[in-house]
Design a protein around this ligand. Structure first.
Ligand code: UTP
Length: 300
């Protein structure tokens, strides 16, 4: 099935990040690093590798750090040039290269009224075409095919709104939106319902929706209604749910390593894991970890 291509991606980054206070008091949590790169840069790299041409960042009050990150810093370049630090200059060049490959537009969500509202803020820039949504604090790394590309490919074959889904242990279903599936084929599940944060007994499956979406324009028509849901916030999942039955919705069981950096334990776990995977850091960290665990042999 071929429809219009998915060219635009929305990055909602206007949440208050209260689970990360105090560090999020004056900067978005999307600028917190995984080792040495902000999570939002991982997301932008994924979007570009998936064929996205336009990025729309929806930010709140403290957007400066994100704008500055994707902008050139001539002062820093000059400083590094004078000192012959080509090793560091190439890191700046990589960021510059990203902003040359996509147009980045910044929009302000005037009040944090929920993820659905943040996405709706971008409606005029999206127009009448399908678009992607990436939540930067869900970092998903895949060497073969970026997760967003996996979703876009599923959208091309099904013409559906697409959710990224992953199997989670039963005792964790209450932290996620869980999909109820109709038929399934090759890791693509027809979605017949989505239940927000169900108890283990009430969960219709163990397939949890994570922070990657391809949305049909119909979802924006639902968001137009501005109906608040859980927590009195406008929920993206509610709008997607209301399109089920009229428009196809599928969940893609994606391939890739998933890191939830939106909570302090998840963030620390992601940093440790990626640091241990990196040559040069692993050699320093491994003895330290062994030393720290020495007093707790049961954890080894
Ligand atoms: P979260 O549920 O993680 O909320 O938002 P949060 O406000 O960022 O963090 P906590 O719960 O207070 O710690 C999911 C995504 O939706 C964006 C966030 O920036 C994050 O990427 N979001 C959420 C908005 O852009 N606007 C909102 O009003 C709410």
């Amino acid at each position: 099935m071929t429809g219009p291509p998915v060219r635009k991606a929305i990055f909602p980054a206007a949440g208050l990040g209260t689970r990360f206070l105090p560090v999020t008091k004056a900067q978005p949590k999307e600028m917190l690093p995984l080792v040495d790169k902000p999570t939002i840069q991982y997301g932008v790299e994924e979007a570009i590798a998936s064929g996205i041409e336009e990025v729309i960042m929806v930010t709140g009050g403290g957007k400066r750090a994100i704008v500055d990150h994707f902008d050139r810093s001539r002062e820093l370049e000059h400083y590094l040039e004078e000192r012959g630090r080509s090793d560091l200059l190439h890191i700046l060049a990589e960021i510059d290269d990203l902003s040359n490959q996509v147009d980045i537009t910044y929009l302000q969500q005037k009040e944090p009224r929920g993820l659905g509202h943040a996405v709706w803020t971008a409606r005029r820039l999206i127009g009448d075409e399908p678009c992607a949504v990436l939540l930067a604090d869900d970092v998903i790394l895949c060497d073969d095919r970026p997760v967003l590309k996996q979703l876009i490919d599923a959208h091309r074959t099904t013409g559906a709104t697409v959710l990224a889904v992953r199997r989670v242990p039963r005792n964790e279903v209450s932290r996620y939106g869980i999909i109820e599936t109709g038929g399934s084929k090759g890791g693509i599940h027809e979605v017949v319902d989505i239940v927000e944060k169900p108890s283990a007994d009430d969960a219709p499956s163990d397939l949890a929706a994570l922070g990657r979406y391809v949305l049909l324009p119909a979802v924006f028509l639902e968001l137009d209604r501005g109906e608040p849901g859980a927590g009195n916030e406008i929920q993206l999942v509610d709008a997607i749910k209301r399109t089920i039955g009229t428009f196809p919705v599928v969940g893609v069981e994606f391939a890739g390593d998933y890191y939830d950096t939106g909570t302090v334990p998840g963030y620390l776990r992601a940093n440790l894991t990626l640091a241990m995977k990196r040559e040069g850091l692993r050699e320093e960290l491994a003895p330290l970890l062994r030393e720290l665990l020495d007093g707790q042999p049961d954890r080894l």
